[in-house]
Ligand binder design. Structure first.
Ligand code: NAG
Ligand code: NAG
Ligand code: NAG
Length: 343
């Protein structure tokens, strides 16, 4: 009798735990957000509602170190202690230096490209690891995913703005701190968890070699609909980086729910280029599955968030140095930054 009674208590306790876990189980809402109002159908929370519909996402509303932001170049501070960013793709001594013009061999990686319904997302495979370090980083960070944001028109599409101006798209290379955390999920909610390298996209006659692999017609049309996936191999990760070692960095957040404030952002000070045709192909990607109505994925952008006294640092030496950060913000410097930046 006693044993059965104990068993009953154990079962009952488990049952109660299940019930009490239910109301705040975040899983229920995990995919329930969008960038835009849907044309037809039920309410889906757009960015201004992300923080209100799920308590696990409240940072999206109340957080004060949110991303993206508008980069005002007059607010930037030159930090002479920022070292160059180092890209490491092969363990041992296979460091890929653009200058060395080495064969693609050691730098090659692969991944699976997805239409997630919200982004074009290239998730790196686990065999060829890519780490970055240097710059504002105190730890080495491993590349987890490359995500594309882009606009329905050329004048919009990037999440970050530069002096109030948007670019036609933004490539985000999302890395996690593999020295402190076992995986991306763990790192995303933890201090110093993420480093996101951001590269603006512009339209030109020729395309960035790496983006060309992702966006040529044969490839991009394989992921027209939500949940489509396509395997890419032999990618040379260094090719996605524009030819510059200048960057801008600040502390912010993920730009999707749950908006955790665990990300250090690094914005490269040069864009990468894609062709008009490739841009067009991106706009033809659907947020939906084939059986549903076509809804273009474009304008998958979170609006800019307040800077709130954060410091924006750069390794661009505009010859007069800002002093300590963030108290002595250099407001009225006369400087010449990289020519591209001011365009
Ligand atoms: C990245 O870091 C991990 C863990 O320290 C290491 O095993 C791996 O070899 C590194 N990869 C590269 C390419 O350096
Ligand atoms: C990530 O790591 C944590 C802690 O080690 C573990 O509990 C979790 O299952 C892992 N998640 C994934 C998706 O691998
Ligand atoms: C920044 O530029 C100024 C003027 O060209 C130069 O004197 C100074 O040494 C530079 N600082 C660094 C850290 O490169």
């Amino acid at each position: 009798m006693d044993i059965i009674w104990e068993l009953f208590i154990i079962l009952h306790a488990n049952f109660l735990t299940c019930i009490s876990a239910q109301p705040n189980a975040p899983k229920i809402h995990e995919g329930w957000w969008a960038y835009k109002e849907v044309v037809q159908g039920s309410f889906v929370p757009v960015p201004s509602f992300w923080g209100l519909v799920n308590s696990a996402w409240n940072l999206c509303s109340v957080g004060k170190r949110q991303s993206p932001i508008n980069i005002e170049t007059s607010h930037m501070i030159f930090d002479p202690f920022l070292t160059p960013i180092r890209l490491n793709t092969g363990g041992r001594k296979n460091i890929c230096h653009r200058e060395e013009g080495n064969a693609a061999g050691p730098c090659q990686v692969g991944g699976t490209m997805y239409n997630t319904g919200r982004h074009v997302s290239l998730r790196m495979d686990k065999e060829h690891l890519v780490n970055i370090s240097g710059g504002p980083m105190t730890y080495s960070h491993r590349l987890e995913e490359i995500r594309l944001h882009f606009g329905s028109e050329d004048g919009q599409g990037s999440e970050h703005l530069l002096n109030g101006q948007a670019f036609t798209g933004e490539v985000q290379l999302i890395h996690y701190n593999h020295e402190l955390y076992t995986n991306y999920t763990e790192a995303a909610k933890s201090p110093n968890g993420l480093v996101i390298v951001s590269i603006f996209m512009k339209i030109a006659e020729t395309s960035n070699a790496f983006l060309n692999r992702m966006l040529n017609r044969d490839t991009i049309t394989r992921i027209t609909y939500k949940n489509d996936a396509y395997l890419l191999t032999g990618l040379n990760i260094e090719e996605i980086y524009p030819e510059t070692s200048s960057f801008i960095t600040y502390d912010g957040s993920m730009t999707i729910p749950p908006c955790f404030e665990t990300a250090t952002w690094i914005l490269m000070n040069k864009p990468v280029y894609i062709t008009r045709m490739q841009m067009h192909s991106l706009r033809l990607l659907s947020q939906n599955q084939p059986s549903q109505i076509f809804l273009s994925m474009s304008d998958n952008i979170r609006p800019v968030q307040p800077l709130n006294n954060r410091c924006i640092r750069t390794n661009i030496n505009f010859s007069m140095q800002g002093k300590d950060c963030p108290n002595n913000r250099a407001q009225k410097l006369q400087y010449r930054v990289n020519e591209w930046l001011l365009k």
